[in-house]
Design a binder for this molecule. Sequence first.
Ligand code: NAD
Length: 476
Amino acid sequence: MQPIKEPGFRQSVDLMFNRAVALMDLPPGLEEKIRVCNATYTVRFGVRLRGQIQTFTGYRSVHSEHMEPVKGGIRYALSVNQNEVEALAALMTYKCALVEAPFGGSKGGLCIDPREWDDHELEQITRRFAYELIKRDMINPAQNVPAPDMGTGEREMAWIADQYARMNTTDINSRACVTGKPLNAGGIAGRVEATGRGVQYALQEFFREPEDKKKAGLTGTLDGKRIIVQGLGNVGYHAALFLSTEDGARITGIIERDGALFNPDGLDVQAVHEWIVGHGGVTGFPDGQYVADGASVMEEECDILIPAAMEGVLNLDNAERIQAPLIVEAANGPITAGADEILRRKGAVIIPDLFANAGGVTVSYFEWVKNLGHIRFGRMQRRQEEARHQLIVDELERLSADSGVGWQLSPGFKQKYLRGAGELELVRSGLDDTMRTAYQSMRAVWHGRDDVGDLRTAAYLVAIDRVASSYRAKGL
Ligand code: NAD
């Protein structure tokens, strides 16, 4: 018998798109227009480093321009290739539509192992890559706005923003050309944690719905739930940290490149993170069992599995052995189309990537708006809000004293109530609202249609319908 062939990442995204679109009634041709990637630019550039010219290959792919600017991260990894960048750009289109971020979809990548280069070299490479994209308007506040992804972070975004400002000295909105910048370079409070925070909010909303928990065979709250996380980078670290320290979940497994840690009583996420920063991996961490074949830990019994590293890690090879009843796709495309089918057949509930990791683009949207508004969120209203709250507190205390009842507001309440919302509180509130609203829009389709049996198809249906409406409004 022919072995079943695993579809690639791009194919997987298309298969999932096709599954949803088959349930829709789109005008002829529109389906194809939405599915295809509009353009992919490949650039090869040289940078003189270590005494010779080194040539690098980079991509910027634009999947859909039904709204502009288009938005999507820039990834640094040796595995970057055109198919991957196009798949990720397509996911960005659907993700932005689902969470109502007013952007089209895009993605970029550079074929490089960032760990092989020192800081100064990386800066030269990043600036040169940015130069190549900026001069073709593939980085531009009105047209194409990148953000961090695997292998990049605030530092790279600051270099890109500065490169754009140097090449566009009179553009008053230059800071909005890229998001995920450090605070002192036009960033926004809460962007670094945003994707992990969004994963937490996604799970909290799921756990508010008894019917949904039932579908995964789970009960109660997140408190005490056993969670296995793959990848303790930006997304995985923040998700695991918040879920364990704020919701009481137990992180029983952490999988990294060099192996995994397992501890049924729960791992100290902060301590593991510090160990990785200091030692380059999880090997040698004292408070957990080390497993050399890290990926096998995804097959352990747990309540929630969170793949937060890369695509294709749950595939035809291991899907049958996965025991988790609830899988949250914190990474993009961690489940192949083949594995998705197997897992659904086994009854697992999958919270899909286009929703689960949308916290990053949501807060990027807030950052872009902040940059265009040229003012920090909360700056105008925070103290005014505090003054109004103070009026009420003073009045309550006066009434209590005058009536002789002697009521006293508890100091904890007073402190909390009096504090006006700063930027971080506003960002978290906006993110929470976005994740809850998006979850409910997917959920309505999941529960409301007999022909939709899973959250991914529901998410695609909502997203494609919105993209189609945009195209229709444009007269296409
Ligand atoms: P990152 O580079 O900060 O972290 C990735 C982590 O995964 C690292 O700790 C790395 O060592 C680990 N890792 C890599 N390969 C692994 C493997 N084979 N097995 C186990 N661990 C492995 O990247 P990130 O920004 O956290 O992104 C992770 C995923 O989340 C990607 O799929 C990315 O597209 C997606 N994502 C990121 C953001 C964001 O804001 N950063 C937003 C949305 C989606």
